[in-house]
Design a protein around this ligand. Sequence first.
Ligand SMILES: Nc1ncnc2c1ncn2[C@@H]1O[C@H](COP(=O)(O)OP(=O)(O)O)[C@@H](O)[C@H]1O
Ligand SMILES: O=C(O)C1=C[C@@H](OP(=O)(O)O)[C@@H](O)[C@H](O)C1
Ligand SMILES: [Mg+2]
Length: 176
Amino acid sequence: MSTPATPAVVLVGPPGSGKSTVGRVLAERLGLPFRDTDADVEQAAGKPIPEIFVDEGEPHFRQLEREAVRAAATGYAGVLALGGGAVMAEETRALLAPLPVVFLEVALGDAVKRVGLDAPRPLLAVNPRARWRELMEARRPLYLEVATAVVDTEGRTPEQVADAALEALELKDPHV
Ligand SMILES: Nc1ncnc2c1ncn2[C@@H]1O[C@H](COP(=O)(O)OP(=O)(O)O)[C@@H](O)[C@H]1O
Ligand SMILES: O=C(O)C1=C[C@@H](OP(=O)(O)O)[C@@H](O)[C@H](O)C1
Ligand SMILES: [Mg+2]
């Protein structure tokens, strides 16, 4: 029996850390496909994330997110970006444990600036600075728990972040 495919790299981190953007660059660098659990959830629900939050609520979004992570973590061999809150699920953290996971770090100011210019995040719709800080306080230990490598995105372009991620993973590779 063949071993099931697992992701080559998984990106975690808070909203605005650049997971979706850097993931695409990494996939290009590695010549692998790119997948984003947020896009998988939107496809499964047939609507954008803000509408899922309004129509069915966050618990339903989290359920679809757990299913998207499970499918990708156990049957996909490319680069995978998770949504910022995916690591809150214990099942997801267990699935990530054996995988090469990069935690993208970003400071509050940069993150809020970045998401302000981007697609809406329902959890940051009101008072984004305070909300982002709260989310990060609760999640930082979980990002660290699942991380194989931590990469600071401050002052780096997405291309530079992707290179730093590759380097960090290679340094951590016991076979190199
Ligand atoms: N290293 C970076 N420097 C500057 N802007 C960035 C960087 N990484 C991502 N961005 C921008 O920040 C916004 C959010 O990035 P995104 O990849 O969606 O983050 P995440 O998926 O972690 O929430 C996008 O507009 C993206 O172009
Ligand atoms: O932090 C969160 O809980 C969320 C982050 C978003 O993804 P990004 O981290 O890619 O912005 C998206 O999954 C949803 O809006 C919820
Ligand atoms: Mg994203």
